[in-house]
Design a protein around this ligand. Structure first.
Ligand code: ZN
Ligand code: ZN
Ligand code: FE
Length: 750
């Protein structure tokens, strides 16, 4: 039979997942000759054999490909001229060509490695860096493409003969596993006091930490994408100490458990939540906590949910195995700074938080925070898309006209680089408040440029003139002579949910509710109803403006928002009202704030639904001052009573939605918090349904307010009943972490 030659080009998540050894083994099984290599675009195969066997080869590549791989596109071309290969080889990577192979995210230890980790007879027994081609760090250690050991932070470790043998043996699970190593040749862990006194290393150090944690101490532990602060989650004193030191009064801490059964003792899981927790991405999953467990109440005060996750690095596995109790596992960072990733940095910055510091000598090149998700039935919602997901790209509904860099907003920033029909989204960068978070932002932008040998033709930022990212984009564009486009915040939210659902270019009613976003009239928007498509948007309706007394201060103090609402509604009669908001101020403060309100001194106008939630929280005396963003909404979710079906009256004048009648209702019901909260949330749902029916358009919802599970769940249920097409987010968060996706939406070839 006549032999033929075929060239197969695969792109997608095909590097660092054992693809080449898989192809090698398959080719040998089928008697196919040729070679396979990794290049900047993905995997390149050239093969010769009978037409039958080549066909079989191609089909089986697609059917039997390694579990973590994902083929985004493939090209196959047959040739008649032969090169007469004599065997099948894995050829060293070809570094030329446009770099667009996908870099894989960091994946949890696989089952096979886990078995070895706890097998006394295995040479990697309790070795905290055990890994293979199917698991372990990727993005966090990569310096450049292609994904080869010399291009990772593993390059400083020279493999011992045993590891080398595995690495070069195509039949071995560790064949070309770039982070391969063992206790003889690979990375090691070391334990220090916070004063930097050496204590111990290896397994002894983990044993030491175990005792410290069980005694109520706080320990910093270097993991995959950065350091965590760890303490016993059942020990009130330990958790309180951590809160005091971190000055993080109430914001919930994530809790890591030994296994899924231990999670089930502390939380009621749905099937989807259980699967989500077990996924190899190992995100933090927000779930309903059980009452009456030994979990400290300080882990998530006044909230009925907890963020839970399973171990994902071998260090976590050994530690949790030893401790056998849930532990608080929270990102180690100074407030508003990025997660600490380097050893030196840890000693400098973490000594005030912790008693011990566990470091290791494998450098983290790219810091990656833990991802956070929650489920509504089978729908997965991101609160933070980071470790386990970044830097995988998302597919776009259209091709981009230009190479685009999107820089997000100001809070929960992520960036994106887009070309062709995809956009590579970065890990969570955080709020661009501090010098070091701004440095991290810039580092991540250039890391993405370098990894993908990318340079933008156009930079897209928010419209806000004061955002660091806008100013950065402006300067960058001037310096490099690229185009700079500014997109209104809520338009970007609307585009984000459209792209997330791969919608075609058509009008969508985008309902974008959040805390803040610069409007085209210069006011602070956040209660927006926009008609959006990929060319333009129109603001068809918005919540009426109210004054934010003291500007930024009002964001942290619900009582200021409520006072403004009360002043608007009752004027000077306000002092005769018996409302908790008024008691939250001293007489002196009230006088000053009333003056500021009346004379409009530092009282920017806002239509933010996030702030309306806050105002309700103040009037009901749920919270007068917040200790973290979104707190009032989270507490109100717990107070929601699903047996209450009615809602408050509301009215519209022109394109303004009046909140006054809604607040009359809240004030009347204020003695019954649960009733008022339920009716308030029901009112928001009713508003969405009513406007959706009026416009007869598909609806997209985006913005931080829709992280409220009760609100979004009601909207999903009711829109199905009312036959309204409702689009929610799938792959990026509804909050500002999703802006970098939406910002590319006006560059489409439509
Ligand atoms: Zn493995
Ligand atoms: Zn070794
Ligand atoms: Fe926003």
């Amino acid at each position: 039979m006549l032999n033929r030659r075929v060239v197969i080009k695969l792109s997608g998540a095909v590097q660092g997942v054992g693809f080449r050894p898989f192809v090698y083994n398959l080719a040998n099984k089928l008697g196919i000759k040729g070679y396979v290599l990794n290049n900047g675009k993905g995997v390149y195969i050239e093969a010769e054999g009978s037409e039958e066997s080549l066909k079989d080869f191609i089909i089986r590549i697609n059917l039997e490909k390694p579990p973590l791989s994902n083929i985004f596109s493939q090209e196959v071309e047959f040739f008649n001229n032969l090169k007469n290969f004599t065997d099948f080889q894995i050829v060293h990577s070809d570094e030329k060509g446009l770099k667009e192979a996908f870099i894989l995210p960091d994946i949890s230890v696989c089952d096979e490695c886990l078995k070895e980790l706890f097998d006394k007879n295995n040479r990697r027994y309790l070795y905290p860096f055990i890994t293979c081609t199917n698991c372990g760090p990727r993005f966090s250690i990569i310096e450049s493409l292609p994904y080869d050991r010399e291009n990772t932070t593993m390059k400083t470790f020279k493999m011992c003969p045993d590891c080398e043998e595995e690495y070069n043996n195509p039949a071995n699970r560790r064949f070309h596993a770039q982070p391969n190593g063992c206790s003889i040749c690979g990375p090691q862990i070391f334990l220090y006091t916070k004063e930097r006194e050496y204590i111990s290393e290896g397994f002894n150090s983990l044993n030491h930490i175990k005792n410290a944690i069980l005694e109520g101490k706080v320990v910093a532990v270097k993991g995959i994408g950065g350091f965590h602060l760890v303490c016993d989650a059942t020990n009130d004193d330990a958790v309180r100490t951590l809160r005091d030191r971190k000055k993080r009064l109430e914001k919930p801490f994530a809790i890591m458990f030994k296994d899924i059964d231990s999670i089930k003792r502390y939380a009621d899981l749905t099937l989807y939540e259980e699967i989500g927790i077990l996924f190899p991405e190992r995100p933090i999953v927000l779930v309903k906590r059980k009452e009456k467990t030994d979990l400290s109440n300080y882990v998530a005060p006044d909230i009925d949910k907890i963020g839970v996750f399973l171990p994902y690095s071998p260090i976590h596995y050994i530690l949790l195995h030893l401790i056998d109790k849930p532990v608080v596992m929270t990102s180690a960072n100074l407030s508003d700074e990025p997660i600490v990733k380097d050893n030196e940095e840890a000693f400098e910055k973490l000594s005030n938080f912790t008693d011990y510091i566990l470091i290791h000598n494998r450098d983290i090149r790219n810091r990656v925070d833990d991802s956070v998700i929650f489920f509504i039935e089978d729908r997965r919602f991101f609160i933070r898309r980071s470790r386990g997901y970044a830097p995988l790209p998302l597919k776009l509904p259209y091709k981009l006209k230009k190479r685009v860099l999107t820089v997000g907003g100001h809070q929960k920033v992520t960036i994106g680089i887009g070309f062709d029909d995809k956009i590579f989204l970065s890990q969570h960068i955080g709020d661009l408040e501090t010098f070091s978070s701004r440095q991290s932002f810039e580092d991540i932008v250039y890391t993405f440029f370098n990894l993908y040998e990318f340079f933008p033709d156009v930079v897209v930022s928010d419209l806000h003139p004061g955002y660091y990212s806008t100013i950065w984009a402006e300067e960058f564009s001037e310096k490099h002579n690229t185009q700079h486009i500014k997109i209104q915040h809520h338009y970007a939210h609307g585009l984000s949910v459209m792209i997330d659902n791969l919608l075609e270019n058509r009008d969508v009613l985008s309902i974008c509710w959040d805390g803040t976003g610069y409007g085209i009239d210069g006011n602070i928007w956040g209660g927006e109803f926009l008609i959006t498509n990929y060319h333009s948007f129109k603001r068809v309706l918005h919540f009426d403006y109210f004054k934010l007394i003291g500007g930024e201060k009002a964001v942290k103090e619900p009582r200021r928002v409520a006072l403004s609402i009360l002043m608007d509604m009752y004027k000077e009669k306000i002092l005769s009202l018996n409302i908790p908001t008024l008691k939250a101020f001293s007489e002196r403060e009230l006088e000053n704030l009333n003056k500021a309100y009346t004379r409009s001194i530092n009282t920017p106008l806002s239509s933010s639904v996030g702030r309306l939630f806050d105002a309700v929280a103040s009037i009901l005396d749920i919270r007068q001052v917040l200790s973290f963003e979104g707190q009032s909404g989270m507490i109100m979710e717990r107070l929601y009573d699903s047996s209450i079906k009615d809602f408050y009256r509301f009215s519209m004048k022109g394109n303004v939605l009046d909140w006054r009648e809604i607040f009359e209702g809240v004030i009347k019901d204020r003695e019954n918090k649960s009733l008022a909260v339920s009716r308030f949330i029901n009112t928001l749902v009713e508003i969405v349904l009513r406007i959706a029916k009026y416009y007869q358009l598909p609806v997209g919802i985006s913005g931080g307010v829709f992280q409220n599970k009760v609100l979004t769940q009601l909207l999903i249920e009711k829109s199905i009943k009312e036959k309204i097409k409702l689009y929610t987010h799938k792959n990026v968060p509804p909050n500002d972490g999703g802006l970098s996706l939406g910002q590319c939406g006006t560059i489409f070839e439509t």
